[in-house]
Design a binder for this molecule. Sequence first.
Ligand SMILES: Nc1ncnc2c1ncn2[C@@H]1O[C@H](COP(=O)(O)OP(=O)(O)O)[C@@H](O)[C@H]1O
Ligand SMILES: [Mg+2]
Length: 478
Amino acid sequence: MASIRWKILLAFFLIVGLSLLLAATTLTGLVSDYLFDQRTRDDSIKTEKLALAAAPLFQSVSSNELNEMLEENAASMDGRLILIDNDGKIQYDTFQNLCGQRIRVDEALRVLAGNDTEAYGIHAPGRAVVEEMSGESGADYVAYSVHEMSGFQGRIGAALFVSRIQGLMDSLNSVRLQLLRIFAIIAVAALIVALFLSRVLTNPITAVSRTMRKMGKGDLSVRVPVRGSGELRELAENYNTMAAQLESLDKTRNQFVSNASHELKTPLATMKIMLESMIYQPDMPADVRADFMKDINHEIDRLTGIVTDLLVLTRMDNREEMKRGTVNMSELTQETVHLLTPAAEQNRQTLTEDIQPNLLLYGDRSKLSQILYNLMDNAIKYTPEDGTIHVSLKQENDCIIWRVKDNGIGIPTNDQEHIFERFYRVDKARGRETGGTGLGLSIVKQMVKMHDGTISVHSEPGKGSEFVVMFPQEGAAS
Ligand SMILES: Nc1ncnc2c1ncn2[C@@H]1O[C@H](COP(=O)(O)OP(=O)(O)O)[C@@H](O)[C@H]1O
Ligand SMILES: [Mg+2]
């Protein structure tokens, strides 16, 4: 389970995490830019106003008036106000303690140097200057806003407004915290969705592999639950189809083996009984003994027949290669009719033929001849004395067609669909009497299939049967 599931989770997490990170940095960036811009503008305006108001008083000698004005402004602006002369000496300080000292604030030095008329800077706590300017130890963030003061002869000094901006930083931090909380919630939600999704995606695969494991241990009846839609549903359905096929194959094979064993056991049991009677009755009359011997010989023939048919069938199951060639079907039909004429004569049956000359088919000669032989053999076997059997070979619409027709006992409708199954006989007792194995037609069907042909039966009990075999000429030739 480890791999696909964790890969999905990881991918999900990376995507969500990265986009959250990106969103967070952009958002806080925007917010802080906005807040700082606002503050800078406010402070600059205030400082400029102060500089304008202070300039005339700074030039006159009435320091009391200027002090009063500075105190008032410092209170309303909520910060420290400092006035510096052109030499960088602090003349007025609302905190008093820096009066007469040189200013060390970069922003003020820049304005005094004449580079700018105003300057603004934000400083993190820690540096000595910052501590000194904010007027307390362990001070926090401060902003310096400087504006030049000018008189009639140009610049006469600069006004410095030191404001604490912890409040600003606090609101920025609270925005950050808020964002963090929202993102944490989103991340948890994403995690839950990803867990669920990965489960939904991998569950069907896990189900299939679990089923496969069970099947591998030999239980062919297990199936995967078919759920959902799309590829995973298809996977489950295809797997089930395959499993069903395997199961039915397994069943057929088991049945075949048990049928075959049963078929082989019956003649063996019969022979054993007859042999035992001969052993335990040494004074058995010679003619009875001869009869027994004949019966045993007959059973051996049957056994040989069954084994031969079984071999033919299993060899075809192994998809033994077809020995293909151009077969003259007209000749082949003629030969087979010849071969079976004595058997028909023995039964005093009339065997007639209607063979279209020079019909060629690309196929396996011995298999084709076995098809016709088996069909004719059945016709002769299942037709009483004095019956007629008719064999025809025709070409119709690119098809070569064999018809084997008799006026024998026929096949009941219910049995017609089964006669091509292995070991199936309509009348078990009668079949054995006539030496049938029940394998003939299944061999025929298999061989017809190997030639891409079809076989069908039309029959009515008491009236007779007709077997029709069709071979596509083009298909088989390719
Ligand atoms: N021409 C036919 N007329 C009547 N029944 C037939 C005919 N051909 C086949 N059958 C029936 O189909 C069954 C299966 O035939 P087949 O597979 O050749 O086995 P088998 O001939 O060894 O009995 C036969 O047992 C018989 O009952
Ligand atoms: Mg047969």
